[in-house]
Design a protein around this ligand. Structure first.
Ligand code: TXA
Ligand code: MG
Length: 353
């Protein structure tokens, strides 16, 4: 049966074969305008009826999310896109056929009926079909497109298990479907296909190369992080996303010099009485002998880093760490998404050596 934590129902389900009664209970909550958190293949989402503005308002309230940040709408069938977007170009259809269900969000021209609350007043809407049986079962049973951002308090690391959701959201949301840990661990790739040359707005589970193999040329939005490397700490970059409570510095470059720089910083902060942890790929832990160093996962298998990154950041909060020193990794493939989140988590406190 379900449990309750501070007024939020917790329904534990088998991620491969979710109990239809528990799915029905959560679908009912959605139909009555409540919010429900659910697992996807990337991170946990906080869902509400995308076609009901009051329900969508509940998401913004629970997360403390600024209203100028639009939501992704989740569908279970490609046909449902027609309710939300118009026109759905041949190019978009092709991407759906190849990558859906999966971690690719497509930004398309929105239909008039879609609430401006969902799209933050933009004339586009972001759509995705998650590759997770629990998410798909919930959307199908509720018979509605589900607007869902990551199920964390705004600015915090995204949740990769139900315990993370409850830590942030217990008492603020209707229910959580606990389907265990998510697989990819970082959010979907957001691709704007309304422009002549499609643009990656957020790197994620589907890589630039994956998309280029289908479409040819693809651009990557020039982000704050690129500028931050050249103009460290310029105004306007102080806003943190995916952020732990600890201060954080990301050191990038040649591994020998990176380790030297990290050790120098670790010594100084320790001498000042701070609790310091080094996050580095497993293959590089040997460089930090005598320091508290934790494995991010394997550099050779960056998907292992993606999977545990947010969990690690949350664990460092639980341990009341003052300073996290992170060793950067190669930013090709899924590494682009990992470095994007690490840099943002640090509030663009980045050093290149
Ligand atoms: O993997 C994911 O995408 C997860 C799971 C739950 O599906 N969702 C997620 O949602 O990460 P959220 O709200 O944390 O991030 C949504 C991103 C934001 O960067 C937002 O600005 C962008 O998508 N976005 C949404 N609608 C957009 C639009 N119409 N145009 C441009 N960007 C949009
Ligand atoms: Mg988010």
């Amino acid at each position: 049966m379900e449990q309750m934590v501070k007024g939020t129902y917790v329904y534990k389900v088998d991620p491969e074969k979710p109990d239809p009664n528990k799915i029905a209970a959560c679908a009912w909550l959605l139909k009555t305008g409540k919010t429900v958190a659910f697992p996807t293949e990337t991170v946990y989402g906080l869902g509400a009826d995308a076609l009901c503005p009051e329900a969508v308002a509940g998401i913004f309230a629970a997360k403390g999310r600024p209203s100028d940040n639009p939501l992704i709408v989740h569908v279970a069938k490609r046909e449902d896109c027609e309710l939300l977007a118009e026109p759905v170009s041949a190019r978009a259809r092709r991407l759906m056929e190849i990558f859906w269900p999966g971690p690719l969000t497509l930004v398309l021209p929105r239909r008039k009926g879609v609430s401006p609350l969902v799209t933050a007043g933009l004339d586009t809407v972001a759509l995705r079909m998650p590759d997770h049986k629990v998410a798909l079962a919930l959307i199908q049973e509720a018979k509605m497109p589900i607007a869902a951002p990551s199920a964390n308090v705004s600015g915090r690391p995204s949740p990769t298990c139900a315990a993370h959701v409850l830590k942030d959201m217990a008492g603020r949301i209707g229910a959580v479907l606990d389907g265990g840990e998510t697989g990819i661990g970082l959010e979907s790739t957001v691709l704007d296909v309304t422009r002549k040359v499609p643009v990656i707005l957020r790197p994620g589970g589907i890589t630039r190369l994956d998309i280029e193999a289908v479409l040819g040329e693809v651009k990557v939005e020039k982000t704050q992080e690129d500028e931050a490397i050249f103009l460290p700490r310029s105004p306007g970059m102080k806003y943190r996303h995916y952020a732990p409570e600890a201060d954080m510095l990301v050191v990038e470059g040649n591994p020998n010099r990176t380790a030297e720089e990290i050790i120098k910083e670790a010594k100084a902060a320790s001498a000042a009485g701070k609790k310091v942890v080094v996050l580095a790929p497993k293959e590089h832990l040997f460089r930090y002998e005598g320091f508290w160093a934790v494995s991010m996962g394997q550099e050779k298998k960056p998907e292992t880093i993606a999977r545990r990154l947010y969990k690690l950041l949350r664990e460092m909060d639980d341990l009341r760490v003052d300073l996290i020193l992170a060793q950067g990794i190669d930013s090709s493939g899924i590494g682009a998404a990992i470095m994007n989140r690490l840099r943002k988590a640090s509030g663009f406190s980045i050093r290149r050596v």
